[in-house]
Design a protein around this ligand. Structure first.
Ligand code: BES
Ligand code: MN
Ligand code: ZN
Length: 492
């Protein structure tokens, strides 16, 4: 993992140095100082290279002096448009660009950001994570790459203090990515539950694990139906972080945790089925979030419910046409065994409402392929029964760069999942608005009044190509968003 250090602005220039320039090539104070040291070579190089200073533009000057290996000038765009998010992405892109083990970043305060270096560092750190534990030869070692990034700041103590919560957030993201990346032969409901205990118990969070018999006793017939085709037994994991003295009504997070979704008897096509190891990304994000909350000792009472199961076809598997009894007492007609996420969530959501009576309930799930068609990888789908909760989540997403787009819920869509032989069916009659009917299904298992939001993260939980902040694979979507939401709207 990339190590980030802070130090005072160096008196001497050496090694690999990263500086910034805004559009119009106005060099920052540090860059100007460096330019003077280089007798104007920096400004000349930018001119020769027709460097624009636009965001992400990069110009490298190699070996300008005996001590300096390279100077990398990175475009910061327009000063007024250079947000924290922009700085993170620049840091992330720079991480994969730099060919050096060590580099020093000299970014100066500007009108809207007093310590740009810490956000640059956060981005680089996020981008540096990779899932290579099973590679006996690490692909990254083929090329020199950053191992240490040193950020120059005016006050090291202040910088470290400001960076701490960002780093705790990143640690949560890494935990989520690690879980989401694990193959299904390693991560299955029981091993997921064990990892939850290993990760959270030492941090002082409560972890309760329900095995199959307890789940049966509770009456989670929908979750059990999904799990019954697999030799891997289901688990329900309950997390609790109480960082407030009084026992206030908690905020609850529920995660879909299909450690593998083959589709069941309604088997998925071969192409892309391996991606269904990621179908526990909702549960993974909740776990990562709790890690961050516990690490930073958040002043909040939060509970989490993870519904963990594996969806497999077999002689004991659930059939299309089965009717199951959910924990709520409502019955559900299973018309497609591949619409399993909503069944698992039905019991997890009801459990969370019934036991904890939360004031806010947020679920995360890789729930529908339809959300990928609708919103692609840029937005997660947001569904809510509460306008202000929805607005607050959207605002956090815009700020943090994990964007949400709200979709409607209406009575007509709700009617679409009425069943003739049970209370509800897990597939809409019309076959239209698949992400919405899935959300309507979940809504039937919310005990109102509670402000509820459902995040369909099927398109954002992992990426097929490298992005500014994530290498190809699991993104950890949701952790930073919800940590920001808790901090901004739930802590006192
Ligand atoms: N886990 C899938 C949804 C999914 C699809 C996630 C693609 C990520 C990428 C979910 O369980 C599923 O299979 N949904 C079905 C529902 C359908 C049968 C109503 C789908 O979207 O096709
Ligand atoms: Mn499915
Ligand atoms: Zn699924």
């Amino acid at each position: 993992m990339l190590s980030i250090t802070f130090q005072a602005y160096p008196a001497h220039f050496s090694g690999t140095i990263i500086v910034g320039a805004f559009e119009g090539n106005t060099l920052s104070a540090s860059a100007q100082k460096l330019d003077t040291h280089l007798k104007g070579a920096l400004a000349r190089a930018l001119k020769i290279y027709a460097f624009s200073g636009r965001s992400q533009d990069v110009c490298t000057i190699l070996a300008p002096t005996a001590e300096i290996d390279q100077v990398i000038v990175v475009g910061l765009g327009k000063e007024s448009a250079c947000t924290l998010q922009e700085l993170e992405e620049i840091g992330g892109r720079l991480f994969s660009y730099v060919r050096a083990k060590e580099a020093c970043v000299l970014l100066d305060a500007f009108s809207t950001v007093s310590m740009p270096g810490i956000f640059f560092a956060e981005g680089a750190l996020l981008r540096s994570w990779r899932f290579d534990k099973y590679c006996t030869k690490k692909p990254i070692d083929k090329m020199p790459h950053l191992e240490t990034l040193c950020i120059a700041v005016t006050d090291v103590a202040v910088a470290e203090k400001e960076f701490a919560p960002l780093k705790q957030r990143v640690q949560g993201v890494f935990e989520t990515r690690a879980l989401v990346s694990e193959p299904a032969n390693v991560l299955y409901p029981a091993s997921f539950a064990t990892r939850a205990e290993e990760i959270l118990s030492p941090l002082g969070a409560q972890v309760e694990v329900f095995g199959k018999e307890q789940i049966e006793k509770l009456g989670m017939g929908a979750l059990l139906g999904v799990a019954q085709g697999s030799v891997r037994e289901p688990r329900v994991v309950v997390l609790e972080w109480n960082g407030v003295a009084t026992k206030e009504a908690p905020i609850a997070f529920v995660g879909k945790g299909l450690t593998f979704d083959s589709g069941g008897i309604d088997l998925k096509p071969q192409k892309g089925m391996e991606e269904m190891i990621h179908d526990m990304a909702g549960a993974g994000a909740v776990l990562g979030l709790f890690k961050t909350l516990a690490l930073r000792k958040a002043h909040v009472h939060a509970v989490g419910v993870l519904g963990l199961a594996e969806n497999m076809p077999s002689g004991s598997a659930q059939r299309p046409g089965d009717i199951v009894k959910t924990l709520s007492g409502k019955t559900a007609h299973v018309l497609n065994t591949d619409a399993e996420g909503r069944l698992v969530l039905a019991d997890a959501l009801w459990y969370a409402c019934d036991r904890f009576k939360p004031r806010i309930l947020i679920d995360l799930a890789t729930l529908t392929g339809a959300i990928v068609s609708a919103l692609g990888a840029e937005f997660a789908g947001l569904f809510s029964n509460d306008d202000s909760l929805a607005a607050n989540l959207i605002a956090c997403g815009d700020k943090i760069g994990e964007k949400l787009w709200r979709l409607p819920m209406t009575e007509k869509f709700d009617k679409d999942i009425d069943s003739d032989v049970a209370d509800v069916k897990n597939l809409g009659t019309s076959g239209e608005g698949g992400s919405i009917t899935a959300a309507q299904f979940l809504k039937r298992f919310i005990k109102e009044p509670v402000a509820w939001a459902h995040l369909d993260i099927a398109g954002t939980a992992w990426t097929r190509k490298n992005t500014a902040l994530a290498a190809k694979g699991a993104t950890g979507f949701g952790v930073r968003l919800l940590d920001a939401f808790v901090k901004e709207y739930c802590e006192n």
